[in-house]
Design a protein around this ligand. Structure first.
Ligand code: SAM
Ligand code: SF4
Length: 460
């Protein structure tokens, strides 16, 4: 979400006549976007802004940490030029043009100006779908800093994605704290909008249908989701629209019903697992990823073991583990942070080791299959390899050999030869476009060299 907000600020500043500096050292003005979900994230952003102020730049701080600190941000950073909350970033070009520092704009529940501003170029784009959150999970500061939930009108979102497609964007990722709540708090579809051709009645699946109809868009992703939103209509949309990637980031937070109730997550372990089962019934390779918090106040060894076993039962393709960090003003901040740091660390390490083994086992099932990958470019670690992602958001790398280099965003079919916990390694690739002949010829050469003529014919 912060990456998207920063990109919008960049686009707005370029439109206002500024230029992007070649490096941080080169810049006259630097805006630091901040997170406050955990205390460490906030410290990092404030520390960064402090260093830039010391380097005598004009410095702005934006995002959630600003909203949390309010005017106190200037006590932490007395020489900060301006600070804007997460829903006020659209004001930055005006604040800079006026140059009256110091300046604080918190934005409250405003709908940010310029939310649809994008930087030219690139084949992937984030699109903000929902702002804020009304869930109020006990540990989470997001509702206090990002404000009330607001769904953008479907017509606006469809227009933004269509405009991105005209600029060459092939993959969009829709963003919200709880995307499956789209159109629940406020109406997203207008009575004047054309009815859903497929008879979808729920706002989010209906939006997936509308976005799938946009020419040029090849993949639609979204994050994050709440299991309550895993409805039959959502599963129907996954089944009917091949552009909708079969990957869902479905944060579970805990596998213990007692802890889930304390957190106010509004689902049980059984309900969560039922949501995962629904997705995997559609497609056993459906990628499900999650977030987990270890060391929530009062989390016992038994609670932790319940999380471990849920993660195994759900068969997560990937997971992000966070050590509980008390956030001011949240319900759980009133509880003693009683799981010692060393124990949080141990639980974190145990879950990471489990995930390594599970990720490897899940990925090994894909060895021998052919994955459709959108190419991203040369692998960062090994220039002889190309890299991209499949629909499940799995990283796929393959030897490029002397075959043509696929352009960024180009569709490639890769046969998987081996697997690691986080990466699939491919052996052959063919580009799904008009230059198939050239690729096929090069693949034939490759496979003949390995004396695998039978396979070469099939591949070609
Ligand atoms: N909206 C998403 C959801 O409902 O799960 C998550 C958004 S939150 C910004 C991202 C992740 O940060 C959460 O899923 C949670 O695991 C983690 N998180 C949030 N508050 C936390 C806290 N106080 N301590 C540790 N981790 C936290
Ligand atoms: Fe925070 Fe997500 Fe819960 Fe909203 S749904 S309060 S963003 S964890």
């Amino acid at each position: 979400m912060n990456v998207r907000d920063s990109e919008a600020v960049e686009a707005l500043m370029l439109a206002a006549g500024h230029e992007k500096a070649a490096s941080e050292e080169d810049a006259e003005l630097v805006v630091v976007n901040s997170c406050t979900v955990r205390q460490k994230a906030e410290e990092k952003a404030v520390g960064k802004a402090g260093n830039l102020i010391a380097a005598k730049k004009v410095v702005g701080l934006m995002g959630c940490a600003v909203k949390r600190m309010g005017a106190d941000v200037f006590k932490r950073l007395p020489k900060l030029d301006f600070a804007v909350g997460p829903r006020a970033f659209g004001l930055i070009p005006r604040i800079v043009a006026e140059g009256r520092y110091p300046r604080l704009e918190l934005g409250e529940d405003a709908v940010p100006e310029g939310m649809d501003a994008h930087v030219e170029g690139g084949w992937q784009a984030f699109v903000t779908l929902l702002l804020g959150c009304d869930n109020r999970c006990s540990y989470c500061i997001v509702p206090d800093v990002r404000g009330h939930e607001y769904s953008r009108p479907a017509r606006e979102v469809v227009a933004e994605v269509a405009a991105l497609a005209r600029r060459g964007v092939k993959e969009v990722c829709l963003l919200g704290q709880s995307v499956l709540r789209y159109g629940m708090r406020n109406k997203a579809w207008d009575d004047a909008d054309a009815p859903s051709p497929g008879g979808y009645t729920e706002p989010f699946p209906r939006l997936l249908e509308a976005l799938s109809a946009i020419d040029g868009i090849e993949r639609i992703r979204f994050t994050s989701a709440h299991p309550k939103g895993c409805t039959d209509e959502l599963v129907r949309a996954y089944a009917e629209f091949p552009k909708v990637c079969r990957h869902l980031h479905l944060p579970v937070q805990s596998g213990s019903d007692r802890v889930l109730a304390e957190m106010g997550r509004r689902y049980t372990r059984a309900e969560y697992l039922a949501a995962v089962a629904k997705l995997r019934a559609l497609d056993p390779e459906f990628a499900v990823t999650t977030d987990v918090i270890v060391g929530y106040p009062g989390e016992t060894e038994e609670d932790f073991e319940a999380t471990r076993s849920l993660m195994e039962e759900a068969g997560f393709d990937n997971s992000f583990v966070f050590k509980y960090s008390p956030r001011p003003g949240t319900r759980s901040a009133a509880l003693p942070d009683d799981v010692p740091t060393a124990e949080k660390e141990r639980r974190d390490q145990v879950l990471l080791a489990d995930q390594e083994a599970r990720g490897l086992a899940r990925n090994e099932r894909l060895v021998g299959t052919v994955r459709e990958v959108l190419s991203e470019g040369p692998s960062k670690r090994n220039a002889a390899r190309w890299s991209g992602r499949d629909g499940g958001n799995r990283i796929v790398v393959w030897e490029i050999g002397d075959s043509p280099r696929p352009a960024p965003g180009e569709k490639v079919r890769v046969r998987i030869a081996s697997a690691h916990a986080q990466i699939l390694v491919g052996e052959t690739a063919s580009i799904k476009s008009n230059n198939t002949t050239a690729v096929a010829a090069s693949l034939c050469r490759e496979t003949r060299r390995r004396g695998d003529a039978g396979r070469a014919l099939t591949t070609c």
